[in-house]
Design a protein around this ligand. Sequence first.
Ligand code: PEP
Length: 256
Amino acid sequence: MRKKFIGGNWKMNKTVVEAQTLARRLADRLSDVGFADIAIFPPFVDLYPVNIILREKESKIILGAQNMHPEPNGAYTAEISADMVLSTGAKMVVLGHSERRHIFLETDSYINRKVKKALDSGLLPLLCIGELLDERNAGKTEQVLSKQLNGSLKDVKLNSADDIIIAYEPVWAIGTGVTATPEQAQEAHKFVRKVISEMFGEDIAKNLRIIYGGSVKPANAKELLSQLDIDGAFVGGASLDADSFESIIRDSDISI
Ligand code: PEP
């Protein structure tokens, strides 16, 4: 059985002190959680200070960065390398988030370089994919997802299903308050698993975690998380508040 994974994408929110306060609160409230893996993705400047809090609290919360550059070092002003991310204590990295794809014009081939670098460096990538509203309305959702998966994961070697996590995030649902229906999300997740099976084999596809992102909140989490192929949630806005993030995490406990 696939263990649920709940990630909080803090985007460009929280100063160092605010980030440490939220991390402390989450570590205190979630220390009993064993049914799901929990990760938080603060801005770069907050990573090391948040790691200090998580270590102090002996928390199992996984720390991740929101992005990284594919090159190891050099003249890339304002960019952050995989080793720099690792040196903060982070173990994961978000790659291909829709805001990176659409605001910062990142392409599948660029994201592909980052995925390879992250894996080589020992960072666990959380790869985001998802269609625009126009693409969904034109009946092109599967075509877009397939293209993004094939492009971002081209020539990537996965030794096991634990080497990567995929987040299906329909762009029209991110930060809009509009959520995919559980049926729409399940259908897309099932399709993603099929493409992964074609690319990496059935065993990896069966065990790989595919999580849903797009306006997940306490009011809709349980239904989404109970779908067969939905293995967790990637939460933006609602992860900035300890109450709502905790509520979503507790809703992923399928034993109750
Ligand atoms: C996200 O940032 O990936 C996201 C899903 O945001 P939100 O939950 O705010 O829609």
